[in-house]
Design a protein around this ligand. Sequence first.
Ligand SMILES: [Zn+2]
Ligand SMILES: [Zn+2]
Length: 306
Amino acid sequence: MKFAALLMALLIAGCNADDRPAANAESTKDERIETLERKKRSVEKFFSPMTVKDGDWLDTQKEAGETFEEYVASDPTLPTAERRTIYIQPIGTFTQDQQRAISLTADYMRAFYNLPVKLNAAKPLGNVPKDKQRRIEYRNNLQVKTQYFLDDVLPKMLPKDAAALIAFTNYDLYPGDTWSFVFGQATFSERVSVWSLYQFSRPGQKTDFNQFLDRTLKVAMHETGHMFSMKHCTKYECLMSGTNHLAETDRRPLDNCPECMAKLAWAMKYDPVERYQKLSAFWTKNGRQDQARLMTNKATAVSGVK
Ligand SMILES: [Zn+2]
Ligand SMILES: [Zn+2]
């Protein structure tokens, strides 16, 4: 549990959105908000209330959550005309399955956020300074310190029009000497983050491709939500809920709950029906009929609300 607590502490440090003074909710209330408040209710039936098990994020961490209305009132970071592209940068040497998962993540991101997404060609790791790497002898794997990416590599490659730059690496990551590993870390002020695929499917571990893909999609969509100031969700089992371990990640849906869907639709000026249809098309194209049907059912539910 000590490890889990440490991991959690780091994720909190890396995951918290800025604390911003709340704007006057009344002044931002408009017809679009009222319409989304009605639309979000039509998809409540597709989501389960949050459950908390031993060792879960909310078992060890107190969080208030955030409603759609609170998000709107929080003056969140939104994409602008100058900064609206999400860049995905693979760093390292990837297996075919990993390459496929990263490419699908770019496709899902486009449908999910309605923003331009650019998948860059993979770059090599480069020369990691001695004090930013270590070797875990019993697993014989090289670990790279997250600061190498967050301080040395990514800020230099951040394009001017980037809403966010998300790096994926196949190297195992650690944030400091007392840590075993970490899934990833973000620096929101710099709009950069790095996430490791290593723990999602460790060498020698049997992981089904769909499970590996789902984990990758969840992490990428979740972290991008934080880039647009969305806080952790506590109301539903939601893609934007905090997670402490992989079983918790696996339990979470591949979509935002009604509250977090409304935040996204408002922030991106994205029609929920169009969004669900695009997500359904993604899953149809990739042979996941259960997910495709779920998204189509959500589209049908929202389309009846004016
Ligand atoms: Zn988070
Ligand atoms: Zn949510």
